[in-house]
Design a protein around this ligand. Structure first.
Ligand SMILES: Nc1ncnc2c1ncn2[C@@H]1O[C@H](COP(=O)(O)OP(=O)(O)OP(=O)(O)O)[C@@H](O)[C@H]1O
Ligand SMILES: [Mg+2]
Length: 585
C-alpha cells in the first residue's frame, strides 16, 4: 500500500516526520496522545525536545489549513499533548500491521521537470534488486539540485506494493549516533510490519537493544547480560543477516538521505552490505552533497571511490537544469513569461539552473506579479529570497576568517575574478591566495576553477563563483565600510594589473566604474573614452529584468552591450561573466 496524504484527490507533499506524526494521531482518533507518547512513537529513543514536536505540529496545521485556536483536525491539550478530532473513515482494504506496507510516505513532486535518464537508471537498479542483486545507489549533487525530489518522483512511480523504509541523517557536532538513519528506517519498518520485530529478536539482538520500545524490560535485561557492550562489528553482521532474511519474502528499498552528515558506522554498514556475498534483494538508495563530503573529508568519500572502482555501486550525479528545463519550469508556473526567451535566459544565468534557486526566484516573481499585475518583475532587482539567504548564510558561517576575507574581496571583483587581483587587493602573498582558491574550488561549493579550454587571451585564467547568488549574499553580508574599502582596494589592484598589460574583463570594468550599491561613495571614475567607446554599444532596449542593483550609478552600465570573448554574440554588459573587453583601458 502506498501511504500518502491526499487533498481533493491530489497528493500533498509531506516530509516523513510530519507524516509519521499525522499517522500516529490519526491511528487513535479522539484519543489524547501525550507529547512523550508522540516523541517515543515517532522519534523512538532519540533525545528530541518538545519544541521539535511543536514545530512539526505547526507545519501540519499549515498544510491542513487548520487553525490552532479553532481546530478542525488537531487539537492541543494544554501542556499535555495533542488529539486528532476530525472524523476518520477507514477504507475496507487497510489492515494495520500487514506485512506488505510501504513504510513511508511516497508522493510525486508537483510538475516534476526532466531527469528521465536518472529515473530510468533508478528503475534499472530496482529491477536488479528485485531479481536478487544487492544494489547500492547514490544520488549526488549540490544543495537544492533536486536529489530528494528525484527520490520522491521515483517512489511515486513504483508500484503500490513496494516496501520502502527511510532514514534521515542529521547535521551534528562530533561523531553522531552510530547507525542513526538505519535505526530510523528500521523503527519505521517495525511500526508497519511486526514480522521485522520478530526477526530482530531472532537474529539481531544488538539492534533490538537500540530500539528498546520493541522489547520488554525483562527481555532487555536478559539481552544486556548477554551483550554487555555495544559491538559495532557484530551489528554489521547482524544487519547483513536481517537483510538477507527479510528480503527472502520481498525486495526492500532502503532510503537514507543526506549521507554527508552520516555517522561513520552507517557508512561502514553500506560498505559492508555492498561487498558481502549475501542474497539480499535490497536497493540501498542514498543522497549526499559531494561538496560537504569533500570539505569535511567524510569517510563516505573513500568508500564511494572504492566501491565505484570495483563496480559495486552506482552514482547518479545530478546536473543543474538546462535552459530548456528552466523554460519548462517557467511554463508550468509563470505562463505569461513562458515565451520570453530573454527572461528564461536571465533566470537560467542568475540561478545557474539550480532547481531550488529557479523555484525560489520564480515564486518571488509570481508573488510580485500578483501584487502589481502591471509591472514586469525585475529579475536582477529581486532580493535573494529569505530562505535561500538562510541557506547561503549557513555556508558563510562555516568559512574560516581568511577564506571569508578572500571571498569577500573576490565578491567585490564580480562573479569572475583573478587570484592576482584578490592578492593585490588584500595585500596577501599570491601563492597563498592561489592555493586558497584551489582549495575552495576543490570543495565544489564556493568556487569553480579556471576553465582550461577558455579561448581568452588572458595569461591568468579567472576563478568564478559557482553561484551568482552565493556571491550576491556574501557581498551583501560584508559591512558597508569594509565593502567600500574593498572596492577601493580592488580598483587599485585592477589599475595595477591594467598598467602591467593584463586584459580587463567587463565585470571588472563595472567594478571600476560604479559605486557599491547602498554603500559608501568611492571616488568617481571617468567615463570610458576613446577606443573603449567601440566596445560600448548604445542600447535602449535592456529588458528590466536584466538591469542590476547598484548599476544606476554606473556611468556605462545602463547603455552598453559588450562583445563576449568569442566576438560572436552581444549581451547586456552588466551581467557579463566572461566578457573580455580587449584594450578598453
Ligand atoms: N526535477 C524537478 N522538477 C521540479 N522542481 C524541482 C526538481 N528538482 C528540484 N526541484 C525544486 O527544487 C527544490 C529543491 O530540491 P530538493 O529538495 O530535491 O534538493 P536536494 O538536492 O534534495 O537539496 P538538499 O541537498 O538541500 O537536500 C524542490 O523543493 C523543488 O521545488
Ligand atoms: Mg534533499
Amino acid at each position: 500500500m502506498k501511504a500518502c496524504l491526499l487533498r481533493d484527490g491530489k497528493v500533498v507533499a509531506l516530509p516523513p516526520t510530519p507524516f509519521a506524526v499525522l499517522c500516529a494521531l490519526v491511528r487513535q482518533p479522539g484519543v489524547l496522545l501525550t507529547k512523550n507518547a508522540l516523541l517515543d512513537e515517532v522519534w523512538g529513543h532519540q533525545f528530541v525536545s518538545d519544541s521539535v514536536l511543536k514545530t512539526v505540529i505547526s507545519e501540519l496545521r499549515t498544510l491542513l489549513e487548520d487553525d490552532a485556536r479553532q481546530p478542525s483536525f488537531i487539537e492541543t491539550v494544554s501542556r499535555r499533548g495533542y488529539r486528532f478530532i476530525a472524523a476518520v473513515n477507514t477504507s475496507p482494504g487497510s489492515s494495520r500491521g500487514a506485512a506488505r506496507v510501504a513504510a513511508s510516505a511516497s508522493h510525486r513532486t508537483p510538475s516534476f521537470i526532466g531527469r528521465k535518464e536518472e529515473l530510468s537508471r533508478l528503475h534499472r537498479a530496482w529491477d536488479g534488486a528485485c531479481s536478487g542483486r544487492c544494489e547500492v545507489v547514490w544520488v549526488a549533487g549540490e544543495p537544492g539540485i533536486g536529489k530528494s525530489s528525484l527520490i520522491e518522483q521515483f517512489l511515486g512511480s513504483l508500484g503500490d506494493d513496494v516496501v520502502c523504509a527511510r532514514g534521515q541523517c542529521m547535521e551534528h557536532y562530533g561523531n553522531g549516533e552510530p547507525y542513526l538513519p538505519v535505526l530510523e528506517a528500521l523503527a519505521e519498518l517495525c511500526r508497519f510490519d511486526s514480522g521485522v520485530t520478530a526477526l530482530l529478536h531472532a537474529v539481531a539482538p544488538s539492534w533490538l537493544l537500540q530500539l528498546p520500545w520493541l522489547s520488554s524490560a525483562e527481555q532487555r535485561d536478559a539481552l544486556r547480560s548477554e551483550l554487555p557492550r555495544v559491538d559495532l562489528d557484530r551489528m554489521l553482521r547482524e544487519m547483513g543477516e536481517v537483510l538477507d532474511r527479510y528480503t527472502e519474502g520481498r525486495p526492500l528499498l532502503l532510503v537514507t538521505e543526506d549521507l554527508h552528515w552520516s555517522d561513520r558506522s552507517t557508512i561502514r554498514l553500506i560498505d559492508y552490505v555492498a561487498r558481502r556475498r549475501g542474497t539480499s534483494r535490497l536497493m540501498w538508495l542514498s543522497t549526499f552533497r559531494p561538496a560537504e563530503v569533500i570539505a569535511l573529508d567524510h569517510p563516505l568519500n573513500r568508500v564511494r571511490h572504492e566501491l565505484r572502482l570495483h563496480g559495486m555501486c552506482e552514482e547518479i550525479m545530478l546536473d543543474p537544469f538546462t535552459e530548456a528545463e528552466v523554460a519548462e519550469y517557467v511554463a508550468e508556473h509563470l505562463s505569461s513569461l513562458a515565451g520570453d526567451e530573454a527572461f528564461i535566459r536571465a533566470l537560467h544565468e542568475r540561478t545557474d539552473g539550480v532547481p531550488l534557486f529557479v523555484a525560489s526566484l520564480t515564486n518571488e516573481v509570481v508573488a510580485r506579479a500578483a501584487r502589481d499585475a502591471d509591472s514586469l518583475p525585475q529579475l536582477a532587482d529581486l532580493p535573494v529570497p529569505t530562505h535561500l539567504t538562510a541557506i547561503i548564510d549557513h555556508y558563510i558561517a562555516k568559512l574560516g576568517t581568511e577564506q571569508r576575507a578572500l571571498l569577500s574581496a573576490a565578491a567585490v571583483c564580480g562573479v569572475e575574478f583573478r587570484a592576482s587581483t584578490v592578492s593585490h587587493a588584500l595585500d596577501r602573498d599570491g601563492v597563498w591566495v592561489g592555493q586558497a582558491c584551489e582549495e575552495l574550488a576543490r570543495e565544489q561549493l564556493w568556487l569553480r576553477g579556471p576553465r582550461l579550454h577558455d579561448g581568452s587571451r588572458a595569461p591568468e585564467q579567472p576563478y568564478s563563483f559557482r553561484h551568482a547568488l552565493f556571491r550576491q549574499v556574501l557581498y551583501e553580508r560584508t559591512a558597508p565600510l569594509a565593502r567600500a574599502q574593498l572596492h577601493r582596494k580592488v580598483r587599485a589592484a585592477l589599475e595595477k594589473e591594467r598598467a602591467a598589460g593584463v586584459p580587463v574583463t567587463a565585470a571588472e570594468l563595472h567594478v571600476y566604474a560604479c559605486k557599491p550599491p547602498g554603500g559608501m561613495d568611492i571616488e568617481p571614475s571617468e567615463n570610458p573614452a576613446g577606443p573603449e567607446r567601440e566596445a560600448l554599444i548604445q542600447t535602449s532596449t535592456v529588458p528590466p529584468y536584466l538591469s542590476g542593483p547598484g548599476c544606476e550609478d554606473c556611468p556605462v552600465g545602463r547603455r552598453m552591450l559588450v562583445r563576449d570573448g568569442s566576438g560572436q554574440t552581444e549581451r547586456p554588459g552588466l551581467d557579463l561573466r566572461q566578457g573580455s573587453v580587449a584594450g578598453v583601458w
